[in-house]
Design a protein around this ligand. Structure first.
Ligand SMILES: [Zn+2]
Length: 364
């Protein structure tokens, strides 16, 4: 595990209750490493963002996230994710309301949407404001259940050869065949206007750290919108370039910003948390993510909200999984795994899930 690889921020941080509201998992076995992250970083909890829509690799996320609520030591939350349709054309007829209801009844605390990640969008062709999502939005709005939504990507992923290395490495560089970020902004605005009580967290600062006035206007217009500070390391350069303005921004929108790291997506690691805390809490210059950044030194009252209170205000106490429904979810994942090219790995992972369920008295 990579704890201290890329940041020279390492400092003793003061204790605050912190929930990392944006982590990812792959296999159950590997996800148990998150216990070390919880312990080493002194976190009080984590929220797993499930990604079955991204690729088959994440097909076991929903079921495993339920088991991790029982296996990890802390306040563990899960935002369940929709499955990919078997044929891309089936995306429009997928019953998102039913899927969301099942996920919530099973024990998910919210819904993760990944439909506006450009490569998913290109394949599925589902605008966020399309009719197929409407019953699901209405249900979540009525029940007070939040969505964590990854919408778009950093602007420079559309820059061809100038796109950052990480974008090239993961195939996240976009030409004109991909929807332009402007469309995403419009779609989110339509959904939030239609559903004023639907709480939506836009991941990675909604990729708008490049345009602070626009982000301010967006947050002023929609009380139901929140943003998380999960890197997008580019946003920390934007913050560093205008420390005074961003400090004011963080103070002004202190009730709308949520702490998250993407931990587990690129590995289970602690330096992300350390670097972000050094940035938020201190004012010194330091190196992180191979960049020079400078902290913005937020007030303690603001830190407490970003680290914990804002997330708890939306999501409340973590739900306890309903094991009968977890067993049903396991069977659904298994059925899909059997048809996948990643079948062998997925079955191995699901066998681990089955063993945990058996220990809990659920025999499949
Ligand atoms: Zn993420």
């Amino acid at each position: 595990m990579d704890y201290f690889g890329k940041s020279d921020a390492l400092t003793e941080h003061k204790y605050y209750p912190i929930i990392d509201a944006h982590i990812h998992i792959r296999t159950l076995k590997r996800a148990l490493n998150q216990n070390d992250v919880l312990k080493q970083s002194g976190l009080r909890g984590m929220c797993i963002q499930c990604l079955p829509r991204l690729s088959d690799e994440f097909l076991t996320n929903n079921v495993n996230s339920m088991l991790l609520k029982l296996l990890l030591q802390g306040e563990i939350y899960s935002f369940g994710g929709f499955y990919r349709p078997e044929v891309p054309a089936g995306a429009q007829t997928q019953n998102y309301l039913q899927e969301a209801e099942q996920l919530i009844e099973m024990g998910c605390d919210g819904i993760k949407m990944y439909d506006a990640k450009p490569l998913v969008r290109k394949e599925l062709q589902m605008p966020l404001d399309c009719e197929a999502f409407e019953p699901m939005y209405r249900y979540l709005e009525k029940e007070g259940i939040p969505i964590m939504n990854h919408v778009g990507d950093p602007a420079n992923f559309w820059d061809g050869d100038n796109a950052p290395e990480i974008a090239k490495q993961y195939g996240w560089t976009y030409d004109r065949s991909y929807i332009h970020p402007e469309n995403y902004f419009k779609e989110v605005s339509v959904v939030l206007a239609r559903h004023p009580d639907l709480k939506m967290i836009l991941a990675h600062f909604f990729f708008l750290s490049v345009d602070r006035p626009r982000l301010e206007a967006f947050l002023d217009r929609f009380d139901n919108a929140y943003i998380d500070i999960t890197p997008g390391t580019e946003m920390y350069i934007d913050f560093t370039n205008e420390p005074q303005q961003w400090n004011e921004f963080f103070a002004k929108y202190q009730d709308r910003i949520i702490f998250g790291t993407d931990n587990g997506f690129f590995g289970e690691k602690c330096y992300e948390i350390d670097a972000m805390r050094t940035f938020l809490e201190g004012e010194r210059a330091f190196d992180a993510w191979e960049m020079h950044i400078r902290g913005i030194g937020l007030d303690e009252s603001v830190l407490r909200k970003i680290y914990y209170d804002n997330f708890k205000g939306i999501v409340h106490e973590p739900k306890i999984p309903d094991l009968a429904r977890v067993a049903k979810e396991y069977k659904q994942a298994l059925e899909k795994a059997l048809k996948s090219q990643l079948k062998d790995d997925l079955i191995e992972d699901l066998n681990d899930a089955r063993d945990v369920l058996a220990r809990l008295g659920v025999n499949l």
